[in-house]
Design a protein around this ligand. Structure first.
Ligand code: ATP
Ligand code: ZN
Length: 210
């Protein structure tokens, strides 16, 4: 019999809620921090624990049938996958923020300015839509310290409470996208009976939470 694979984040902001959701679906598995794969004992499913950045491509390429990942990561990696279900956790927004002592008040003022981000694809599309040409500086982390170091005039980063921005002297300036964790599948996977069974279970867990 066929065994499905679902990829979830190994550690980080989405790990705990992803594990909890699958457990609430009645799935029985060990949540070893050390292993990459956990078999589910009461459903034909294996759980793959991965870096979130790798999940969209693994699902697109069929290495995993399903994945749980933030919409922001899917948009950034520009993969072709099916959106199966919004999951209601991991909510955040991708925002442009500027130093709180600056004079930027309109989006046009970002023309020619340097914006540091780990989301160059999403930011690039957003700016292109608004006809703004900025110098997008792609960095791999600690984006919020870059204006203070003189490396950029603005940043584009994920925000949930805004606490990190505030403590770095930044104020949110524009909303680029809002995001939450979603269940994705390989294109066409929605026609699979096992996938449907899993979606049904997830939907009843989500309904019970309402
Ligand atoms: P990994 O080690 O798997 O690459 P990571 O460091 O890239 O992890 P996390 O910081 O754990 O990622 O965030 C995972 C996801 O959680 C984000 O892609 C986003 O969808 C969501 N998220 C929710 N709130 C926030 C927030 N305040 N900051 C960053 N991500 C958030
Ligand atoms: Zn990541």
């Amino acid at each position: 019999m066929k065994t499905l694979k679902i990829a979830i984040q190994k550690s980080g902001r989405l790990n705990e809620k992803s594990v909890e959701l699958l457990k609430n679906c009645g799935l029985n598995f060990e949540n070893y921090k050390s292993s990459l794969i956990s078999p589910v004992s009461n459903f034909p499913l294996e759980i793959l624990f991965l870096r979130d950045d790798d999940i969209p491509e693994y699902v697109q390429d069929g290495i995993a049938d399903l994945g749980i990942v933030g919409e922001n990561v899917i948009q950034e990696t520009e993969v072709e996958v099916s959106y199966l279900q919004k999951l209601g956790f991991g909510k955040c927004s991708l925002k442009i923020a500027v130093p709180n002592n600056n004079s930027i008040t309109a989006l046009e003022q970002l023309n020619g300015k340097a914006i540091a981000t780990t989301y160059p694809v999403i930011l690039g599309k957003y700016l292109a839509e608004k006809n703004i040409t900025s110098d997008i500086r792609t960095i791999s982390g600690s984006v919020e310290i870059s204006p203070g170091l003189g490396l950029s005039d603005a940043i584009c980063d994920l925000v949930s409470t805004g606490g990190t921005l505030k403590s770095n002297g930044l104020v949110p300036f524009a909303d680029v996208m809002s995001s939450e964790a979603v269940l994705i599948g390989q294109k066409g996977s929605e026609n699979d009976d096992l996938v449907q069974e899993l979606i049904q279970r997830i939907q009843s867990v989500l309904r019970a939470k309402e």
